[in-house]
Every structure is written in C-alpha cells, then in structure tokens.
Design a protein around this ligand. Structure first.
Ligand code: MCN
Ligand code: MOS
Length: 729
C-alpha cells in the first residue's frame, strides 16, 4: 500500500513526465458504448429471477398523525404479494452518513409524501394500482409549510459552515464612502437527475445486497446498516452505473431501505423505482433562500466590509444546512467580514446537498451585488473585481494553493469581446430585442478526501482498477483509465475499470467535487507502487524506467510488460488522504462566466444567446469530460436564472410542480452555444493528481452572469429568482 497524506506538495514522477500525453486528452468515454447500446446495468435493470416490484404509499397530509392503515382491499388485488406498513424499521425519510433515518412505525407525519406503506406485487402496474387501494385515516395538524413565515433561528448548530463575524460591521459600514445593501431570493430547487431513484434488494440468508442509484457507496453501506440495525459487513452496495445524482443521491433514499424490508418479508428480491413526482418527497431538495448582501467600500471600489447573510430551511430531524455564503468567503478582499446562515424549521421534505451547495445560489447574491456596485461606482464590473482580488485568503490569511482568477477574467473578456459591451443598460436594440452582456466570477471550494484504489497488472499486460468510487455521468471510468494508462504506458483499451462495489477499496465517492482528484490520486499512488515493483524486477531505479505501449525500458534494456509480470499478477494499492498541506493552503477552483442575452422588449422573453467561460481547475484530467461538466453546470445556471422554481403550496405542504412538466429545467431550445476554456496549472498542493474541483464549478456564478446580462439589456434588476418575463415588464 502506497499511502500519501497531503502533508506537503506531492506529484508522482510518472505524472509529471507525461510520457504518453494521455492524461488530460479528450479521450472518449470509457463507458460510452455500454451506455448508448443499453448494456450498462443501471440500478433498476437486470434484476435476479423472481424479482418483485414495490410501490411506496406516501402520506397525503403534510403534518399530523396516522390513525389507522387498512390494507385489506390492496392485499386482495391481483398480483399483490404483500402490503407492509408495520415493520419496526420503516424509514420516515432519507438516510445519509451524517444522519441515521428516523425509524419506527411512521405514525407521525413529518411531511407530505412520507412513506406509510409499501406494496409489493408481481408487476409494477399491479403494485401501483394496489397502492391506490390502501386506506389511511389521519389526524391532520397545523404544519409549518411557509418558510418565509416561519420563525428564524440565528443560534443553531446546523451545517458545516459556522457563523463568522470578523470585525465591527456597523462601524465599518458607517465609515465607508459607499454602502451597498440589497436582498436576493432564490426558490426551492430539485436535483432533477434523469435516472429516477431506484433500488433492487435481495437477501442471501442474513446478507443483504442492494443495487442502487447512489453517489457514495461506502457511506450508503453505513447508512443502510444503521437503518436496518445490522452489521455493515453483511451489507453489500452496488452502484456500477448512475444516471445522474446532482447531490440528490449522496444519501440513501427510503426506497432502498423499503426494498430491503420488503425483500426480507417476501423472501424474494424487490425492486423499486420512484415515479418522478415521488422523488420530490422521498429525496431532498435545495432550500429556498432569502439573502442579504452588504458591502462597504471607498469611491475607488476598494472593499472594507462584506456581509453575506441568508436564511435556509430544514425539516426537524436533519442536520444539513445550505452554506449560503460559502462561495463568498474567499472571493474578495475586505477586512471586516460577516457570514451567516440562519435556519427556519419547516414541515416539508428535507433539504440537502444539490450541485454546489452554497455557491450555486449564494453567487446570485454576491455576483449580482458586485455588478450593481460596479455600476453605482461607475466602474467596469471586471475592474471592480480586479481591485478586490485578495493576495491571500481574506479570511484565514493562508496562501492560495493556486488561483488564476484574474487570468480567467482577462482571457474570458478577450475571447468574449467584453470591450464591445455597452455600459449603459437598455442601450442596444435589434428590432424589438434588447441586447445585453454580463459577467460573473465562479468559485468552488476544493476538498481532499481519503480515497483508496487497487491496481492489478496481469500477465497479459492488462491493468485492472478497482475502487468503490462511482461514475454518475462525470467521467470517472475514463479518467481513472487515463491515469493508469499514463503511468503504466498502456492504452485505455488495455485497462479495465471496475467501480461502484462496496467490496472494493473505499473511495471518497462522487460528492463535493472531490471525487476525481481524490480517486485519481489513489490510482496514481497504486501505479507508483507497481512501477517500483517493475523497477525492482528490471534491477533498475524507478526513475530510470520508461513505459510505452506495453514495453518497459530501463538502462537501455527493453522488456514487454507481460514478460515482467510472468504468471503472477502484480497487485498494488494506493491511498491518498488530506494532511497538513490541505489545511495550510486555501484551495478552490475558479472561473469567469460571460453571457449575452436578448430580451424581447414587448413580451419580456429572455433568450440566452451566448455563454463563455474560462476556468482554473488545476490539472485537467480529461478535456472532454471536464468540459462536459462545465457545460452541464452552465446549463443549470441558465435554468436557475430563468426558469427553475419549485413552488410549495403553503396551505398543504405539497409541491405544486414536482415533475418535469411543471418544473422547468433548461431544454435544448433554451441553451445556446457554450464555450469553455481552461487555464491549466497543476495544483500539487491539492492532491497527487494535481486536480481541483470541476463538477460543481460551472454552475457557480453562471446564473448571476445571466442576470447581469438581463440587467444590462433592460435596465431592470430582478433580485427575486427566477427572472420570469412578468418581472421584466
Ligand atoms: N475532471 C477533470 N479534471 C479535473 C477534475 C474533474 O477532467 N481537474 C472531470 C472528470 O471527468 C471527473 C469530473 O470532471 O470525472 C468530475 O470530477 P469532480 O469535480 O471531482 O466531481 P466528482 O467526481 O466528485 O463528481 C461529483 C460532482 C458533484 S458533487 C455533483 S453534485 C455533480 C457533478 O459532479 N453531479 C453530476 N457533476 C455531475 N455530472 C453528471 N453528469 N451527473 C451528476 O449527477
Ligand atoms: Mo454534489 S451536491 O456535492 O453531490
């Protein structure tokens, strides 16, 4: 086992050498053919013989108690095998590593849609039909469904981002020559992954296997074991292919626990895929927010004080809290700094991590505020940002590991043609269309998370990579093959990547945009160990070794890799974890978004015409998949700015629009050409792969760039998102 903790910068020599030029290349997806040909086994597919179908019966009130459950009529329906509502471990909600689910008969209703029973039948249709025949009597009570009306708690212990109060804000604002103070609001957002939350569960004696759609296999195994009160060693979790998660699958949905309960009760495998409208209630969503942004500066725009405060909602038994000002923390200079997220308790489904928790919606406030402030000061928005670019982390004083934000502004401005933007809002017209341009900074914190991988080099000169890491559409399969191929001198067709199985070495999982850097590093370290062993077999020093196309050369001698392996495969493991360096440096990925919109002067319709961004993400592991990640994030930004709007019926605690018919994610017609460029600087402080966060970077700031462009086009500043046409007229 080669273990490296990031106690200092570290770069494996074979990555530095880049002898194959493979890492970073826009290699096609390793799993692409399997996906497009329908042979990739997603959670709901390829069930064992005799698998039954489950359908969850959810509460039809938002708060109160269950008085009685009558399953007789449902049980009598054709094809029904069991209707379960009395299992002592019935989950009332989602489980995750920070939170064991509430267990026990679900007689108290915490939110609309909470699982009350599960119907198991021979077909999906039979299960669903019988679910409608389960009769439940309720005693409803008053619920807290309106987050804007609920009591605000400032003093709470929720979330990972504590309240930060540095310096005397009131005094600093009183002294400032210019004071900016505005409020912004964002609505509920659903993660909206295309693949529904789905599980197949089966038992072999007292051993449980679940194949589920989830992001973090190891944490899921723990959560399942806790929920079912069984030893972790007896739970196996498989997630080889995941059709998107976007944070919504970081935990374990109640459907997974229910499938396991139903499989135990019936003695047969059970599978459940949640219908779209149930996902909103049984999964989590992003809280709506109200945010206040205060900035004090002098007439030159030099910031002396910055305060970003917000209110986020959560249900009673969960500990997550959207870290609203997270992205603002290291973005701009300024001595006095206040950051806080207050809490409102609501009787709605839980809020949780959705792509870029904090930054995705916090950047609406800070990046629109910077745009507004620039205009008040008569400064170009990029110039205002430039004047406030900190040299070290403005909160901790730590050096940045790498930070190329100014370069992102410069290159973005040049490529976009920013100098042609008309500074006066509403001044460019094309017929009935008003044209505008806007920009915003992008930032996503970078985390280093313990990750392990095993690499086996076999006698055919092929390498096998194993780790419990997932590929949720991100490109994990491809980048891990590239890392091993780069270091071992093999084409990606000589590498087998096996992911998403809790029996494999534990990884960081896909979350927090730490997955690629962490798991690629673990694979790199395992490969370093293999190289050391090959060197030993060649009687050479590792640095003398060069590998290409399956041939190892050292000291003028060349040997086929397969000959060196001879019969017995070489097996090596790598483990990477955070260390002193991770704490000593301030780490984030950065970028700059540029946007051009056309707003119809008659109808208020907004069309995004062009988006362009330049990003600093450390080493780019695969130019194609990294670009896809950014483009995906930018599309989210467009939708957050213009259409995504989860509406709560505050009388009932129901969502008004929990499906794709009514909850409007951006579709092709909403999305223009998106350009994405990288400024590459390998970040040796971050992890051995030198790679920083990408998955959640594209969304950060993208919506604000759209909002700022809409303002530039129209002169109308909308601070209550999304910017629907009624708000522009
Ligand atoms: N990458 C790269 N160079 C880097 C870093 C990453 O080329 N320096 C590319 C790789 O293809 C890598 C991908 O970007 O597989 C994402 O890497 P990373 O930023 O480390 O993110 P994770 O692997 O941890 O993936 C999770 C992240 C998160 S937290 C959310 S939310 C999100 C996201 O990725 N959900 C997604 N992107 C998503 N993309 C898809 N298609 N589906 C989701 O559900
Ligand atoms: Mo991403 S919201 O951290 O899974």
């Amino acid at each position: 086992m080669r273990e490296v903790r990031m106690d200092g910068p570290y770069r494996p020599a074979a990555l530095g050498a880049s002898a194959q030029g493979l890492l970073g290349r826009p290699v096609d997806r390793y799993d692409g053919a399997a996906k497009v040909s329908g042979t990739a086994g997603y959670a709901f597919e390829g069930a064992p013989e005799g698998t039954l179908y489950g359908h969850v019966v959810g509460a039809e009130i938002g708060a109160g108690r269950v008085l009685s459950v009558d399953v007789a009529a449902a049980e009598a329906m054709p094809g029904v095998v069991a209707v379960i509502h009395d299992d002592p471990r019935m989950p009332s909600g989602e489980a995750n590593s920070e939170h064991a689910p509430k267990v026990g008969p679900a007689d108290r209703i915490h939110h609309y849609g909470q699982p009350i029973a599960i119907v198991v039948a021979e077909s999906q249709e039979a299960a669903r039909a019988a679910a409608g025949a389960v009769r439940i009597d309720y005693a409803p009570s008053e619920g807290r469904f309106d987050s804007r009306a609920a009591e605000v708690e400032h003093d709470h212990k929720l979330g990972f981002l504590p309240t930060i109060r540095r310096g005397d804000l009131d005094a600093a604002l009183a002294e400032a020559e210019v004071v900016f103070d505005e409020r912004y609001a964002t609505p509920v957002h659903f993660p909206a992954a295309l693949e529904p939350h789905a599980t197949i569960a089966w038992w072999d004696g007292d051993r449980l296997t679940v194949r589920a759609s989830l992001q973090i296999v190891g944490a899921a195994r723990t959560a399942i074991a806790v929920a079912l009160d069984m030893p972790e060693a007896k739970v196996r979790v498989l997630a080889p292919y995941v059709g998107g998660g976007f944070g919504g699958k970081t935990g374990v949905g109640p459907e997974t626990i229910l499938a396991a309960i139903a499989a135990r009760r019936t003695g047969r495998p059970v599978k459940i895929a949640l219908p779209r409208r149930q996902i909103a209630y049984l999964g989590h969503h992003r809280t709506d927010t109200v945010q206040r942004l205060r900035i004090g500066c002098n007439r030159d725009g030099r910031i002396s004080a910055i305060a970003h405060e917000g209110v986020a909602a959560q249900k009673e038994d969960r500990t997550f809290l959207e870290p609203i000002p997270f992205g603002t923390l290291p973005l701009y200079a300024g001595k006095v700094r206040h950051f806080a997220t207050s809490l409102v308790r609501v009787d709605l489904p839980g809020t949780g991590a959705v792509r870029a928790p904090g930054e995705a919606i916090g950047t609406f406030a800070i990046e629109c505020a910077m745009d507004e402030l620039a205009e008040r000061l008569g400064l170009d928005p990029i110039e205002l940002r430039r004047r406030n670019e900190p040299e070290t982390d403005p909160l901790s004083g730590k050096p940045f590991s790498t930070r190329r934000l100014l370069d992102c502004y410069d290159e973005g401005a040049r490529r976009f043609g920013w100098d042609r933007r008309a500074a006066t809002p509403g001044s460019v017209r094309e017929g009935e269309w008003l044209i505008g341009a806007g920009m915003a900074a992008s930032l996503r914190g970078n985390f280093t998370v313990k990750s392990e991988a095993r690499v086996t080099l076999d006698a055919d000169g092929r390498a096998v990579i194993e780790t419990d890491m997932t590929d949720i559409g991100t490109g994990t399969y491809t980048i891990l093959a590239q890392v091993a191929g780069e270091m071992l001198g093999l084409g990606v067709d000589r590498i087998d990547v096996r992911l998403g199985d809790s029996e494999m070495p534990p990884s960081a999982g896909s979350g927090g945009s730490f997955g690629a850097g962490s798991s690629a590093s673990a694979v790199a370290l395992a490969c370093e160990d293999i190289l050391a062993e090959l060197a030993r077999r060649m009687n050479a020093a590792p640095e003398e070794l060069s590998l290409k196309d399956g041939v190892v050369t050292a000291g003028g001698r060349s040997t086929p890799l397969a000959d060196l392996v001879r019969g017995k495969p070489i097996v090596a493991s790598g483990r990477m974890g955070p260390g002193k360096e991770s704490k000593a440096t301030s780490q984030a990925s950065h970028g700059a978004h540029f946007c051009e919109v056309a707003v119809n002067g008659v109808t208020g319709e907004v069309r995004v015409r062009r988006m362009l961004g330049v990003f600093d993400v450390g080493r780019v592991l695969n130019e194609k998949t990294a670009r896809s990640q950014i483009v995906g994030g930018v599309i989210w930004g467009i939708a957050y700015a213009l259409s995504e709007d989860g509406v709560v019926d505050v009388r009932s605690g129901r969502f008004v629009n929990p499906d794709f018919g009514e909850y409007h994610v951006a579709v092709n017609a909403d999305v223009p050409q998106i350009e994405c460029h990288f400024i590459e600087e390998v970040d040796d402080h971050a992890n051995p792969a030198g790679a920083k966060a990408v998955g959640e970077l594209g969304i950060s700031g993208a919506g604000a760039a759209v909002a700022n462009a809409v303002y530039n086009a129209t002169g109308v500043r909308v601070r209550d998102f999304p910017i629907t046409l009624d708000k522009l007229l």
